[in-house]
Ligand binder design. Structure first.
Ligand SMILES: [Fe+2]
Length: 342
């Protein structure tokens, strides 16, 4: 078997591939690792045939939607997943066939209602149901400590003790564990009595994950995160450095229109010399009057260089074929000690 673990912060994802047929499955992909998954698949000559999310993630951005489109591979989730883009919905006991590999789904609600574990030969992908020395939390949407108790004690922990466990998270750089090792050492599993387990889970009092609202919106709808919008816009526009712009200031303003997209008070407090003011909120409304020549070279700028990237992408979409964005914002310009005009 071809097998690789990927980590992004504490999030773990896995590719398992069949040696004989070169078909592979990708489990719990994370958005920042897309190029690494595709690079690994090319390097090892495997074709990712299925993309599995073990549950609706609330703490990071799943790459399954993006990769599903790129690879024309079905997105596999449990039947109860809220994601409208899940192509293949599994019931408890359903099996995926990936070349000569077999992955059987165990419905293990508790961390979320749609959590499942996948048993494949000598190992089980436990999602956030069972972690190394821990369990998934049950205080996020659709979490339920009673269900987690049943999933763990009546299902997952009844797997053979030598079975390898690959979870969806580990924050200490550990690769895997076994069912037996977790039964012996996992402090959360010491409460083998249901009431005690539920009470412990309810008293954990954990801080909410950093991107909870955004992650749930993106992972449940298949929409984009703000970072993804920015990354896509960045790939569609060229940039100009602060130093390059500084060298061009004072030249012929018809050669370069510097467009300051901030609000009026920010513009009036100080701007790049020669900049024209067109707030982002009015860009599409005033663009025909303000910028009649689509061949003019336009440089967009804003305070931190993000809105200007989105605006440059919008201008290019509108046909301003020479729109570029400032690499960095007016904040960086000011910090670098370049001239400001009032
Ligand atoms: Fe999770």
């Amino acid at each position: 078997m071809i097998f690789e673990t990927f980590a992004a912060g504490g999030c773990k994802s896995y590719i398992a591939g069949c040696e004989a047929t070169r078909a592979a499955v990708l489990i719990d992909p994370e958005i920042s690792l897309i190029d690494r998954y595709l690079g690994f698949a090319s390097q090892h000559g495997v074709h990712i045939r299925h993309i599995v999310d073990t549950h609706t993630h609330a703490d990071h951005f799943s790459a399954s939607r993006e990769l599903g489109k790129t690879l024309h591979a079905p997105i596999v989730m449990h039947r109860l997943s809220a994601a409208p883009f899940a192509d293949l919905r599994l019931d408890d006991g359903d099996m995926l066939i990936v070349g000569e590999l077999r992955l059987k789904a165990l419905h293990t609600p508790g961390h979320t209602r749609d959590s499942m574990c996948l048993v494949m030969a000598d190992r089980v992908f436990t999602g956030d149901t069972l972690l190394i020395g821990g369990t998934g939390r049950t205080d996020l949407p659709t979490g339920d400590p009673h269900a987690l108790y049943e999933s763990l004690f009546e299902r997952v922990l009844k797997l053979p003790p030598q079975m390898l466990v690959f979870p969806a998270h580990d924050y200490k750089g550990r690769t895997h564990t076994t069912i037996g090792a977790e039964i012996a050492d996992n402090p959360r599993l010491r409460k083998a009595d249901r009431a005690a387990f539920v009470e412990m889970m309810e008293k954990l009092n954990l801080a909410a994950p950093t991107h909870l609202t955004e992650a749930l919106r993106v992972n449940m709808s298949g929409g984009k995160s703000v970072a993804q919008m920015l990354a896509e816009a960045s790939a569609r526009v060229p940039f100009m450095s602060l130093a390059e712009l500084n060298g061009r200031i004072g030249g012929n303003s018809r050669d370069l229109v510097i467009l300051d997209l901030r609000e009026s008070d920010a513009f009036q407090a100080g701007h790049i010399p020669g900049a024209r003011h067109l707030p982002r909120g009015q860009l599409e409304l005033r663009v025909n009057v303000e910028l009649p020549d689509p061949t003019v070279r336009i440089l967009t700028c804003c305070e931190f260089g993000k809105i200007s990237t989105l605006a440059a992408a919008t201008l290019r979409e509108l046909g301003y074929c020479r729109a570029v964005a400032l690499d960095g914002g007016i904040h960086a310009w000011r910090e670098a000690g370049y001239e400001m005009e009032r």
